[in-house]
Design a protein around this ligand. Sequence first.
Ligand code: SOE
Length: 389
Amino acid sequence: MEKIKVGIIGTGFIGPTHIEAIRRLGFVDVVALAETSQEQAERKAAELGIPKAYGDYREMLRDSEIQVVHNCTPNHVHFAINKEIILAGKHVISEKPLAMNSEESAELLALAQKQGVVHGVNFNYRQHASVQNLRAKIANGDLGKVNLVHGSYLQDWLLYETDFNWRLAPEVGGKSRAVADIGSHWCDTVQFVTGKKIVEVFADLATVIPVRKKAIGSVATFSTQSTEDVEYEDVSINTEDYASVLVRFEDGSRGVFTVSQVSAGRKNRLSFEIDGSESSAYWNQEEPEKLWMGHRDKPNEILLADPALFAPEARSAIHHPGGHNEGWPDALKNMMLNYYSFIRDGKDPLKDQANFATFEDGHISMAITDAILESHEQQKWVKVQAKKE
Ligand code: SOE
């Protein structure tokens, strides 16, 4: 079988992780990348071992060999580039957020459906094996009726006033920072696990560090660049680095989450607890192999990920025997595996159920972010309105 041919736009922090995950599949080839200049594209292509380098992504979109394009660019250009990818007739995987607001994401969803392309958004945390297993357990009634969902997504890479990157500037990162960047993952993951949509929110947002020192020159996300001999300029910050949000689900059940990018020691701690009428469950992305199950009348348990102990529906998400740890790159691999198997197997994006997050999920996520921003501004409950075009 001919391999599926892929082009990647943007090779900062996330683009190379997509390339690595794709390479583990075997039936997909990354044949090209696009960067903001020819020189940068050639340097990255040589570093990453990719045959074709484009200094302009539009030229790559005209390359007839390419069937699928990954949009790994900064947030402010997601909308325009996603649109061009779809109009070029290519299948698309976009980084989140899909666009800058839910009007734009509605337009993208409608366009992708009209053009009949396969559309995916990289909500990778739902692809963790233990998360898939918990979803199956909840669907099978192991927790009873889900009453409460609570948790947080905490990071510390913006803790110091000298931490700065493009995500902080609203013109590039978007009006919302922590909520759109990591709150979107929390909401997608818990909606996936419970099978219930968030329909209403009440939010309190804050900017803990209102003025930052920006290094002259650009710094990548999660950079550990030394701060010695760096020159800084003061920059006022008006995107949130903290938020707490009360949520209501479609069946009336309740939840709450906190996001922060200034919590020392928390590196990428997406965690949630689900309290059901019979048992509870807790999962934390920093220790993805462990699923805590809480009981009232018998000892609590920690389930270690093991294919032999998983619900049958979740077995394909785990690739190694128990004790051979899986983690973040494996969840991303599952995202790519599910997306590319859908294309390989000739499935129809309008009829067949996708087992990865689509532009529809990306649009729902944008609608939640819009509602959170509105709720914070107006200090009241706001309904999530994932309107379609
Ligand atoms: C930065 O906060 C970031 O890279 C997010 O943008 C990703 O979506 C998340 O997976 C890890 O953290």
